[in-house]
Design a protein around this ligand. Structure first.
Ligand code: GDP
Ligand code: MN
Length: 387
């Protein structure tokens, strides 16, 4: 999942990387109103996934409200194109930011070096241009440091990198903290790429991230579920959007033709559950893979999503507990589904794990239908859906 600049900068701020003051605006009016309230020199930046916006005409400057309004009007709705993106990408929103006085532009990024199987921190003093271009013309200008994941990031390595890449002295003091923040972001958010280009040294001696490029690994979004709603490449359909809205991955929820709602933890168990339902003469209305955790809040949202499908006449929740205690899972399900405005449909629950017997007692006491095996659960669900 690729983030837009304004989203990347939000993450930068969370890890203490300085960014220019500004606002994300989705309309010309919002952009102009912000400039009206904050007189000064502003840069108005198109928010698109593609890089090279500067060259594509997507970055403009404004010194007063009238200019701000005019460039915002020009940019919103515009289709930016360049050699890498001949089809172009339409601008839907803008980042209005304080214009910084640039003394120097550097480049820093972290990616996984697949060959070395380690995060690589890449630095060059030739910021503001494509790092590939720098690599092609002046490879000696690029300095790389491979982080030993067992040791983590060491501030003195950033100091060494700053010297090796011949960053102007003005960068040196701030650089370790910025690279440290970038490394924290890379690890904590499960990123494939974090890049600051340019990392600006201002004429007043500040070091500021003037651009932000962040690509998160789709399999790591669960670490920060709130980021699911940040998706820009857009879920292809409503079902995917619904899964993302409750903090799951795009492919965790699928609608089918039958009348039994299915929640399972793990895609494999989900497939098995649907087979069992078919063998019992029924068919699934949908399937939701609730993932590893299955905390009460997520169970509740998942149940609400699955039962929002009017075709659902019975529910089958199939949880493989493993070392998770069955009584805790059962308690979580009961708490999640008690009261509230959830739609009531007959609910069959099969759970395995330590204390599964105690778990079934808790479920039975709450009026749910606990079962021991998947096949038994499938039969019950098919019966209840007919009933
Ligand atoms: P990109 O082209 O998509 O990578 O967008 P950037 O955010 O990197 O901006 C491109 C270029 O615009 C930068 O390398 C700068 O030269 C220029 N630019 C962007 N923001 C500012 C700013 O606040 N002040 C000045 N002077 N130039 C800026
Ligand atoms: Mn850039």
């Amino acid at each position: 999942m690729k983030l837009m600049e304004y989203q990347g900068k939000e993450l930068f701020r969370r890890v203490g990387i300085p960014t220019p003051r500004g606002v994300h605006a989705t309309t010309v009016q919002d952009a102009a109103a912000f400039i009206a309230q904050n007189p000064g020199s502003w840069v108005v930046k198109s928010q698109v996934m593609m890089g090279g916006r500067g060259k594509a005409g997507g970055i403009k400057f404004a010194n007063d409200v009238a200019q701000g309004e005019s460039v915002a009007r020009e940019l919103i709705g515009k289709i930016l194109k360049n050699d890498q993106n001949p089809a172009g990408e339409q601008v839907k929103s803008l980042l209005v930011e304080e214009k910084v006085q640039i003394a120097s532009e550097a480049y820093v990024s972290i990616t996984i070096d697949r060959a070395a199987k380690k995060p690589a921190i890449i630095v060059t003093s030739q910021g503001g241009m494509d790092v590939e271009e720098v690599a092609a013309h002046d490879p000696s200008a690029i300095s790389t440091y491979w982080v030993d994941p067992a040791i983590g990031f060491q501030p003195f390595e950033a100091r060494r990198l700053a010297f090796a890449a011949k960053l102007p002295a003005g960068y040196h003091k701030a650089f370790p903290k910025i690279v440290g923040g970038l490394y924290t972001l890379f690890m904590d958010y499960g990123a494939n790429l974090v890049e600051i280009n340019p990392l600006v040294l201002t004429k007043t001696g500040e070091v500021i991230a003037s651009d932000a490029k962040v690509e998160l690994d789709d399999n790591a979004i669960y670490k920060h579920p709130e980021l699911g709603a940040w998706r820009n490449d857009g879920p292809a359909d409503e079902d995917q959007a619904a899964a993302v809205a409750i903090g799951l991955g795009m492919s965790n929820y699928a609608k089918l033709d039958g009348d039994i709602g299915v929640i399972a933890n793990g895609a494999g168990l989900g497939m098995g559950t649907m087979d069992a339902i078919r063998n019992a003469g029924g068919s699934a209305a949908n399937f939701l893979d609730i993932g590893g955790g299955a905390q009460a809040e997520l169970v509740k949202k998942s149940y609400a999503l699955v039962t929002s499908d009017p075709k659902v006449r019975a529910m089958f929740i199939n949880i493989f507990g493993g070392i998770t205690r069955g009584d805790q899972v059962a308690q979580g399900i009961v708490e999640a589904l008690q009261g509230g405005d959830l739609r009531e449909v007959p609910l069959v629950v099969r759970l395995t794990g330590t204390n599964e017997k105690e778990g079934r007692e808790i479920l039975a006491a709450a009026g749910m239908h606990p079962v021991e095996t998947m096949d038994e659960g499938a039969r019950r669900a098919v019966e209840l859906a007919k009933g």
